[in-house]
Design a protein around this ligand. Structure first.
Ligand code: CP
Length: 309
């Protein structure tokens, strides 16, 4: 049994195959329990802080839903402008204060490294809900769970990751999980938005099979899973560069039916235009099921870090 009690969840790099198997098993139990009971009581009496310094729909609402479904309570803010950050309070002082009130802190912040900084001053476990273009480990865990649910297994799959691989924190965290499995990874991106070379190099050194291409269609033909991502407008210093790159890839129904009708289609969401709405009705379009999986996976993590799994 891997112990996550009191552990900060900051990056995909901190997990090994044993801890991943355990998280997926507990998430699966939570998922099954939720289909019988709307509310479980493992975290009755516990309080979670939900601190979102950057916009979110899925991460914030699925964490809050997870805590409520476990019988716990939630405090926090969805916009830093409603907190004393607007008066100039530092991140460290905000975290030190919230740490006096709660048992676990979930946070999203635009700066890389902010969750680690928070974890250094908090006594409660800190869960990173996305730090700039850095990491988004809980999204990566729910993505892994979704692949297992949709494909029946993760080992042996070919996963194509397409779009803004430079700035996409979900893919930065995801590849750190996939390296624990017998997967083949295909990185599909224009040169300007390629996976950071250090990340690719580390995967190759660890024996992960990685291909890189700018062409979507050949990758679509080879893959079991296509993971589309948004070109991240908010991370571009030059708006003209964003305008040049924003339409780089659009997956539509004709492409899927013509090239690989059995493929599983994922996206962390929100999407802009990179998956046409005509894909939504395909059996393999898994992205809203993927969003739903955020609840049992985050229930599992909350119960584990609070020692109540
Ligand atoms: N996938 C994801 O992180 O979505 P939100 O930005 O809506 O939380």
């Amino acid at each position: 049994m891997v112990q996550l009690e009191g552990v900060d969840i900051l990056t995909g790099k901190q997990f090994n195959r044993g801890s991943l198997d355990q998280i997926l098993d507990i998430a699966d139990s939570m998922d099954k329990a939720l289909r019988v009971d709307r509310s479980l009581q493992q975290l009755d009496g516990y309080v979670m802080a939900s601190l979102f310094f950057e916009p979110s729909t899925r991460t914030r609402l699925s964490f809050e839903t997870a805590m409520h479904r476990l019988g716990g309570a939630v405090v926090g803010f969805a916009e830093a402008g409603t907190s004393s950050v607007a008066k100039g309070e530092s991140l460290n002082d905000t975290i030190r204060t919230v740490d006096q009130y709660v048992d676990v802190i979930v946070m999203r912040h635009p700066e890389i490294g902010s969750a680690r900084q928070a974890a250094e001053v908090a006594t409660a476990p800190v869960i990173n809900g996305g730090d700039g273009a850095g990491q988004h480990p809980t999204q990566a865990l729910l993505d892994l769970y979704t692949i297992q649910q949709e494909c029946g297994h993760v080992d042996g799959t070919t996963i194509a990751l397409c779009g803004d691989l430079k700035n996409g924190r979900t893919v930065h965290a995801g590849v750190e999980l996939y390296r624990n499995y017998d997967c083949c990874l295909i990185f599909v991106a224009p040169e300007q938005l390629a996976m950071p070379p250090g990340v690719t190099q580390r995967l190759l050194e660890r024996g992960v099979r990685v291909e890189q291409t700018a062409e979507l269609e050949p990758a679509l033909a080879q893959a079991d899973v296509i993971y589309m991502t948004r070109i991240q407008k908010e991370r571009f210093a030059d708006p003209a560069e964003y305008e040049r790159l924003k339409g780089s890839y659009v997956l539509n129904r004709d492409m899927v039916e013509r090239i690989n009708p059995d493929i599983t289609i994922m996206h962390p969401l929100p999407r802009v235009k990179e998956i046409s709405s005509d894909v939504d009705g395909l059996a393999g379009a898994a992205y809203f099921r993927q969003a739903r999986n955020g609840v049992p996976v985050r229930m599992a993590l909350l119960a584990m870090v609070l020692g109540q799994a």
